[in-house]
Design a binder for this molecule. Structure first.
Ligand SMILES: Cc1cc2nc3c(=O)[nH]c(=O)nc-3n(C[C@H](O)[C@H](O)[C@H](O)COP(=O)(O)O)c2cc1C
Length: 181
């Protein structure tokens, strides 16, 4: 029975990556670095593999990347207000270093969006005027990050009872149990 909920959450996550306007298109990514403070930000879900690896793009100079060097464990939060469904994921982040894959993904980034990864100064650097950004001509800091989940929690608020299920990756299968919502 918990299998049904797993299928539902997998379908929703896949729709997030493939359907424009789906609430799971954006998720909240939490990282915790050596400073021990959870840092949260909104991220676009770019791709979901068959075995549920989640991919996003970022600037390699951003604070999240410093956190990932210090601690590869991340938290992800998805929420769909239309059906009151929340999916919480814990996983291990890995930077994709394969040049061929990077080139393929980079080609798929629209021209205007490419600028996001080519500012001369790193993201988070102080700026006197937002209109005065300079861009690199022949260099970029485009970075692909892939997250492998090891814990997934499904929560759906509904009547007559809410449903909360925890899935834990156990070597080669997802162990599941219902939890008190
Ligand atoms: C709608 C929206 C989508 C965003 N998508 C991304 C994204 O896909 N990748 C990314 O690195 N930052 C994205 N951001 C910016 C992040 O939320 C964050 O501000 C930025 O990455 C810097 O975070 P950091 O300093 O913690 O690394 C997005 C912000 C918004 C509002």
């Amino acid at each position: 029975m918990t299998q049904n909920y797993f299928q539902e959450l997998t379908e929703e996550i896949n729709k997030g990556a493939s359907q424009k306007g789906h609430p799971f298109r954006y998720f909240t990514l939490a990282t915790v670095g050596l400073d021990q403070v959870a840092r949260l930000r909104t991220i676009v879900l770019r791709k979901v593999s068959e075995d549920l690896k989640l991919t996003f793009y970022t600037d390699s100079r951003s604070k999240k990347m410093i956190h990932l060097q210090e601690n590869k464990k991340v938290g992800l939060l998805f929420y769909n207000p239309k059906n009151l469904m929340q999916v919480r994921i814990e996983g291990m982040a890995k930077v994709v270093n394969d040049d061929k894959i990077k080139e393929k993904y980079w080609k798929g980034v629209k021209g205007s969006s490419k600028k996001d990864y080519t500012t001369t100064s790193a993201p988070g650097t102080s700026l006197s005027d937002p209109g005065q950004l300079d861009y690199l001509d022949d260099e970029d800091h485009f970075c692909i990050v892939e997250i492998t989940p090891f814990k997934i929690e499904y929560l759906k608020l509904k009547r007559p009872h809410h449903i909360r299920v925890r899935y834990s990756w156990e070597v080669d299968f997802w162990e599941s149990e219902y939890l008190v919502p």
